[in-house]
Every structure is written in structure tokens, then in C-alpha cells.
Design a protein around this ligand. Structure first.
Ligand SMILES: NC(=O)c1ccc[n+]([C@@H]2O[C@H](COP(=O)([O-])OP(=O)(O)OC[C@H]3O[C@@H](n4cnc5c(N)ncnc54)[C@H](O)[C@@H]3O)[C@@H](O)[C@H]2O)c1
Length: 270
């Protein structure tokens, strides 16, 4: 039932599922949400890594964090993980779709199986997790879904013919599902980060000297994003305070979405 405490930005005691929870951004969000008092279920593909991150973050935060293994583009695997999450936590209040992959290559050399795998994880994986999580949120007539999209969803860049359309489709899926589930008390939004240095882009950065500086110089605030910088926006969208916010894609990008790419010294006008 809708709680009327609309000025409440807290996620305390909310059960939040974070996919890609052992990845660069996911892990930071799991940590931050647990520090804010959420009970966090972390979905990932690698059991050993999941166990290690789970015990490390439990120790650091003192929070309730449990790891589950699932391939997000496989509906059966996601169904099984959510059934275990409900058995352990009793309910599901929020979902952060953070798992994702990238493959950057000119289209003329694009292996179509790699193109499809980007769609399979970024788009289908997000769809599957929403579909499954929605069944649990529906039981309480309350839910919050946050899809981690990307600034790349709206910016064409050479080599991005798989990643960019996958994230553009995530944005379109977000506002479509928001309309479909608005009457159920389930809000669906997306957050679009700009560059965060993680495993998803580390090789690309290492192999292209100057690339990172180039990206940073196109961000008006002139700095990279991080899980810590994303946390406030994500937490707001998981809280009661975002009750009337649904179907949105919110940039968390130091001004990059709407700002000019050139970083210039201010010039005094006469
Ligand atoms: N790093 C950036 O610059 C950046 C910018 C904008 C958006 N994003 C998005 O943020 C999200 C997190 O990316 P990251 O930077 O933390 O990357 P990352 O590579 O560190 O983490 C991605 C995680 O997704 C998991 N994953 C991949 N395929 C999966 C599958 N089939 N099932 C379950 N889990 C799977 C990986 O195991 C990994 O833990 C992604 O959706 C990415 O597209 C990243």
C-alpha cells in the first residue's frame, strides 16, 4: 500500500535486488544501499566472486547482504533466484538493473553474435528481471525499479552500434513499462551515468591513450562518475519520495547530457 510519508528519502528495511552486484558500479550501489539500511540481494554470475563480495561488504557495512547466482537473460534462472530471495527476505521492494556488457567495434567488423549478446544482456536481461520482480512487487502494490542506462543511449559514437541501441531500448522500455505498471504502484525509471572507470571499459581506456581525458573534457563538471555519485539519485528513485516520478531517464553525468562538450576558460564579457 502507498505509504503517505512522501518526504521520506529512506530505503531503510526495504528489500532491494541489485543485478550486476559484484561489478564496479553494482558493488558500490550494494554497499551504499546497505549503509543506508536497505536489505540487499545481489545478483551475479560468478559464485566465488559473489561470496567474496558478500562477505567483504557485510563486514564493511554491517548490513544484510546476500548473493544469488543468475544469468539475467535466462528467465528460468532469474525466476529461481527471485524465489530464493523471497524465501530469504520475505518480499521484494526494489530492483536496480545494473548488470550490463559492452562490445565496441566498427559495424563492418562486428560479429553478429557479439552484437546479439549485448542486446541479450542489456535489453533482454533488464526486461526479464523487471518481469520477474514485478510479480513480487505486485503482491504489495508497491515497487521501485531503477534501470541503469547510459549517456551513450542518446549519443552516437563510432563503434557503439551494439551498446548505444541496447541502452536506447532500455530507455524506451522504461517509459513503456512505467505506463503499463503505473496503476500497480510500481514506478519504473532509468538513470544514465557518464563514464565510470570499471571492468566494462578498462581495456578500452588502457588501449586508447588519451581516450579517458577526452571523455572527461566533454563533461562540464570535468570529472568521472562513480557509484558514490550515482547513489543519491538511485536511492531517491527507490524511496517513497519519488512516488510521483515514473517513466523518467535521469542523467547523472556532471552536465554532459545537456551541456556543451568544450571546456573553456571563462571569458569576461564587456
Ligand atoms: N562504467 C561506465 O562508464 C558506465 C557508464 C554508463 C552506464 N554503465 C552501465 O552501468 C552498468 C554497470 O556497469 P559497470 O561499469 O559496473 O560494469 P562491470 O563490468 O564492472 O559490471 C557489470 C556486471 O554485470 C554482470 N553481468 C554481465 N552479464 C550478466 C548476465 N548475463 N547476468 C548477470 N550479470 C551479468 C557482470 O558479471 C558484472 O558484475 C551497466 O549496465 C553499464 O552499461 C556503465
Amino acid at each position: 500500500m502507498e505509504n503517505k510519508n512522501l518526504n521520506n528519502f529512506s530505503v531503510k528495511d526495504k528489500v532491494i535486488v541489485v543485478t550486476g552486484g559484484t561489478g564496479g558500479i553494482g558493488r558500490g550501489l550494494v554497499k551504499g544501499l546497505a549503509e543506508s539500511g536497505a536489505r540487499v540481494a545481489m545478483l551475479s554470475t560468478n559464485e566465488a566472486k559473489s561470496k567474496a563480495v558478500e562477505s567483504e561488504l557485510r563486514e564493511q557495512t554491517g548490513g544484510e547482504i546476500r548473493g544469488y547466482i543468475a544469468n539475467i537473460s535466462d528467465e528460468e534462472s532469474v525466476e529461481a533466484a527471485f524465489a530464493r530471495i523471497e524465501a530469504d527476505f520475505g518480499r521484494v521492494d526494489g530492483l536496480v538493473n545494473c548488470a550490463g556488457i559492452s562490445f565496441v567495434n566498427p559495424l563492418s567488423e562486428m560479429p553478429m553474435d557479439r552484437w546479439s549478446s549485448v542486446m541479450d544482456v542489456n535489453l533482454k536481461g533488464t526486461v526479464v528481471c523487471c518481469k520477474v520482480a514485478g510479480k513480487y512487487m505486485y503482491k504489495n502494490s508497491w515497487g521501485r525499479i531503477v534501470n541503469i542506462s547510459s549517456l551513450a543511449a542518446t549519443h552516437g559514437k563510432p563503434g557503439y552500434t551494439a551498446y548505444t541501441p541496447s541502452k536506447a531500448a532500455v530507455n524506451a522500455f522504461t517509459f513503456t513499462l512505467a505506463a503499463e505498471w503505473a496503476h500497480l504502484g510500481i514506478n519504473v525509471n532509468a538513470v544514465s551515468p557518464v563514464m565510470v572507470v570499471t571492468d566494462i571499459n578498462r581495456k578500452q581506456i588502457e588501449e586508447n591513450p588519451g581516450y579517458l581525458d577526452n571523455v572527461l573534457s566533454s563533461i562540464p563538471q570535468g570529472r568521472a562518475c562513480s557509484a558514490e555519485l550515482l547513489l543519491g539519485t538511485v536511492q531517491f528513485l527507490l524511496s517513497e519520495a519519488s512516488s510521483f516520478v515514473t517513466g523518467q531517464t535521469i542523467g547523472c553525468d556532471g552536465g554532459a547530457q545537456n551541456g556543451d562538450v568544450a571546456v573553456i576558460k571563462p571569458v569576461e564579457s564587456m
